[in-house]
Design a protein around this ligand. Structure first.
Ligand code: BGC
Length: 282
């Protein structure tokens, strides 16, 4: 049977970003990557076709580990039923394309496409900084753009796109993303002032219980998070630049769960009502 070739709970997650396409299989019981991550630079002309051939290379590298299991892929754009309605930081050729179908046809396997920040948000809620937190959690990613995930009691409201809030006449991410900091050579104190305006606007609109801040720059969170004066607790992400990969894999697994009949005996034995427990020595 074809699906016997896949390793249960090891699902490939691929994160397509403005500068790199990264991928690794993920153990969805722990949220850990099961092997070393592969990173290939995003093609200069970052069209769907060009990105799909980079994705195909990554899939090929992990073929023996993932068998024919579904894969999850993130994009730095909203994804509405597989379609990309707008694109801020990759080629405009994505707009209007059913990219989920395109990837699936190209790779000959089941693909689930998800917004990058939504994937990161789900990963932080399941395995990271927001694990066990109820209520409204907003995960933001500070990178080329600003991504957002809005999660209430573990349930995601997809495609919130809070990086594009208009604040003071500007698209917020053009002023407050990590790339704006780099482009304008802003010091951490000056950038923090922009982040203060951004997060205080978001909290006024959504009244969240927690902010989680991800993206590569969150590794230096002590340089800017303590400067922010907010009503809402604000904490750094825990999964750093792996959150997109982990969340993509989680979303693929949620849409196409591994059938119980092919899940490993060890996974079954850990379930409290599994008949296999009768055989466990006392
Ligand atoms: C995009 C979002 C994305 C964010 C982070 C924004 O420009 O519109 O969809 O989540 O960048 O990559």
């Amino acid at each position: 049977m074809a699906c016997m070739t896949s390793t249960p709970h090891h699902i490939l997650g691929i994160d397509i970003g403005g500068s790199g396409v990264k991928g690794a299989p993920v153990d969805l019981q722990t949220g850990a990557l099961t092997g070393s991550r592969i990173r290939i630079p995003t093609p200069k002309k970052s069209t769907p076709k060009a990105c799909a051939s980079v994705v195909a290379k990554i899939v090929e590298e992990f073929r023996s580990e993932i068998g024919d299991s579904p894969i999850g892929i993130t994009l730095p754009a909203p994804v509405v039923h597989g379609v990309v309605p707008m694109m801020a930081n990759l080629d405009q050729a994505w707009v209007g394309v059913n990219a989920e179908k395109l990837f699936s046809d190209q790779l000959g396997r089941r693909v689930v496409l998800v917004n990058d920040a939504d994937a990161a948000g789900l990963a932080e809620v399941r395995f990271g900084a927001a694990k066990g937190r109820s209520g409204v959690v907003i995960v933001t990613t500070l990178g080329t753009g600003i991504g957002s995930a809005l999660i209430n009691d573990g349930v995601l409201v997809p495609n919130t796109e809070l990086g594009h809030l208009e604040i003071g006449g500007h698209d917020a991410e053009t002023r407050a993303s990590a790339s704006a900091k780099a482009r304008e050579k802003l010091s951490y104190p000056r950038w923090s002032k922009r982040l203060q305006l951004y997060y205080s606007t978001v909290e006024k609109l959504f009244w969240p219980d927690l902010f989680v801040v991800g993206g590569g720059v969150s590794a230096r969170h002590e340089r800017f998070l303590p400067q922010l004066k907010l009503r809402t607790p604000i904490v750094p992400a825990m999964l750093l630049n792996q959150a997109g990969i982990v969340g993509a894999a989680a979303v693929a697994d949620a849409r196409y769960p591994v059938p119980e009949s092919v899940a490993g005996a060890s996974a079954r034995a850990s379930e409290p009502n599994d008949p296999a427990l009768w055989d466990t020595p006392a």
